[in-house]
Design a protein around this ligand. Structure first.
Ligand code: GRF
Length: 215
């Protein structure tokens, strides 16, 4: 089995990166992380990568005069490492259209809501304010609009009456750590493929509905 050479883009803590690092240790996992890039120097995720023996580098966006220049430098680092597939994991920069096109259908992101609901920042606060009883997380292919693009996989998390932004964030993050490795495996192994703007899945076993509040 040849593993896909994956680059992970981060800006901070890197807990999703850590989940991907752990998944890649499985003998038959179809991807390996060969490069981690942070746009924020000193990000905790860079230390996680180094601890795992993965090449890690910071490309500080503040040192570039335009988004285009930053993305060119980023692309250069990815090409130097022969990256085949990109995962955004808490990467807090918008990409230029040119970058998005270059990595089209080879680039996924994780967002802590059930997209297309609650795109953008402060997700959990808006989820609580809206009074929905189910939230979750989504892995999707990257398109030029933020948190937009064909959906690879989602996981639902019930919102509890006692939830605060913090408690909800903890429970959703825990599920993100299971969803992202699963989604990367699906795309890297070819178990799902993209046709136009639709992700085509092979048949999956039927699952029961999730009721919140429970029946
Ligand atoms: C996660 O909640 C992810 O969904 C969002 O940013 C957060 C990153 O957390 N895009 P971490 O850096 O992976 O710990």
């Amino acid at each position: 089995m040849t593993r896909k050479r994956v680059g992970v883009l981060i800006s901070g803590r890197g807990s999703n990166l850590q989940a991907l690092i752990e998944a890649c240790k499985e003998p038959h996992y179809p991807a390996e992380i060969v490069l981690v890039v942070s746009n924020v120097p000193g990000a905790q995720g860079l230390l996680r990568a180094e601890a795992a023996g993965i090449l890690a580098t910071a490309i500080n966006h503040k040192e570039f005069s335009s988004r285009e220049e930053f993305d060119r430098a980023l692309n250069g680092a990815l090409e130097d490492a022969n990256i085949e597939f990109l995962c955004n994991a808490g990467f807090m920069r918008l990409h230029t259209e040119g970058f998005v096109e270059q990595w089209r259908n080879r680039h996924i992101n994780i967002h802590p809501s059930l997209l297309p609901s609650f795109k953008g920042l402060d997700t959990h606060a808006r989820v609580l304010a809206a009074g929905v009883t189910l939230t979750g997380c989504t892995v999707h292919f990257v398109r030029k609009e933020m948190d937009d693009g064909p959906i690879v996989a989602q996981a639902a998390v019930p919102v509890l009456p006692s939830d605060t932004v913090e408690s909800l964030a903890v429970r959703v993050l825990d599920v993100e750590h299971r969803l992202y490795p699963h989604a990367l495996k699906l795309v890297a192994s070819g178990a799902v493929r993209i046709e136009g703007e639709t992700v085509v899945r092979t048949s999956a076993p039927e699952q029961p509905p999730l009721f919140s509040p429970p029946l």
